[in-house]
Design a protein around this ligand. Structure first.
Ligand code: IMP
Ligand code: MG
Length: 332
């Protein structure tokens, strides 16, 4: 797995943070590059402590991993420093000098714009910041004095790392159904969230990628407005134990059963080579914290096999609980 891209299959919140934190510890990742922006929260649990990360890569649990933010990302400076304080990763954190900056004015525009409210954005200001970047008037990381000691050339660093056989993980954010190009436009985020876009934001060419790991959750959730096939009522979601609130904004998440056709379509367009399936314990509670496939219940095994049959992908990682190590690892 020298170079792996991780992306969310649906509307974000599939559990990418958990999968990435597991891979960081297990595979001893050398580099992890975060893309996207502060609108996405990646939840990492370790020894009962919960981290909801908006800027620092989810691989921070492995203490030798170099943590980077790519040139295509958007940096919220205050949130970045808050998370450095929390994770204590100052000595191994880098931000590409060309990453752009979200300013207070963008947050205000996002919260006050009627259009953005109709979409139900997270309100962080990512859309307006991206608009400004497209106009080429955005501030970049290299323009911010407080960021000086973190500036890096991420693309060069990771390509040299790959030349030297290092393990690199490119951390996608949100989900493919929120892609500006392939999602439920206009109810989407301000950028493409697919595997190719993740490579572009980090600065890695397509021929260098070994695995594209698509992360499915065992049911689907969505925050904000826009269509969602099979959506159920909040009462029904609560009855099934699927009701969630957003890690970043605290909003209620809408929910629906796993959609096999959508899962297949999104695997295909992203050229996925592997899948992770998270939160299996939410639909099969008897599977909580199981670490061997053979120890799953028959119903749970059948569900996993159906996901594999319909997506035509091997389900290499299966999440059975929130902690980084609550996982079935079926690689090799
Ligand atoms: P924005 O990305 O804040 O502009 O919001 C656009 C849409 O994407 C809204 O429906 C948000 O709820 C959704 N969204 C953005 N980031 C995330 C995320 O990390 N998880 C889930 N939904 C997100
Ligand atoms: Mg999230």
């Amino acid at each position: 797995m020298p170079c792996t891209v991780i992306l969310g299959a649906f509307w974000g919140d599939e559990g990418k943070g958990k999968i990435i934190s597991y891979l960081a510890l297990k595979d001893k990742l050398d580099f992890c590059v975060r893309t996207g922006s502060v609108n996405a929260a990646h939840t990492v649990w370790r020894e009962g402590k919960r981290y909801a990360l908006h800027m620092v890569p989810a691989a921070f649990l492995y203490e030798k991993c170099r943590l980077l933010v790519g040139a295509g990302a958007n940096v919220h400076v205050a949130k970045f420093f808050e998370e450095l304080e929390l994770t204590k990763v100052n000595d191994r954190m880098g931000i590409d000098q060309m990453a752009s900056i979200i300013e207070e004015k963008h947050t205000i525009q996002d919260k006050t714009s009627a259009v953005n409210k109709g979409i139900g954005t997270t309100g962080w200001g990512v859309g307006p910041a991206l608009e400004e970047r497209a106009r080429r008037t955005a501030k970049l990381a290299k323009d911010i004095p407080e960021l000086r000691s973190y500036l890096a050339n991420v693309a060069t660093e990771i390509n040299e790392g790959l030349d030297a056989g290092k393990k690199v993980l490119l951390e996608g954010t949100q989900g493919f159904m929120l892609s500006l190009f392939y999602g439920t436009y206009p109810y989407v985020t301000g950028r493409d969230t697919g595997a190719a876009a993740i490579c572009s934001e980090a600065g890695v060419g397509p021929t260098r990628v070994d695995e594209v790991l698509i992360v499915y959750k065992s049911f689907m959730t969505r925050v904000g407005a826009g269509p969602m096939p099979g959506e159920m009522t909040k009462e029904e979601a609560k009855k099934r134990g699927w009701f969630e609130t957003a890690a970043g904004t605290g909003r209620d998440r809408r929910s629906a059963p796993f959609d096999f056709d959508l899962a297949r379509r999104n695997a295909k367009i992203n050229g996925a080579t592997q899948a992770a399936l998270t939160k299996l314990d939410c639909i099969f509670p008897e599977c909580r914290s199981v670490q061997e496939f053979e120890e799953l219940s028959e119903d749970a095994k059948q569900f996993v096999k159906e996901v594999e049959r319909r997506t035509r992908l091997p389900t290499v990682l299966i999440g059975t609980g929130p902690e980084a190590l609550d996982i079935i690892d079926r690689r090799n």
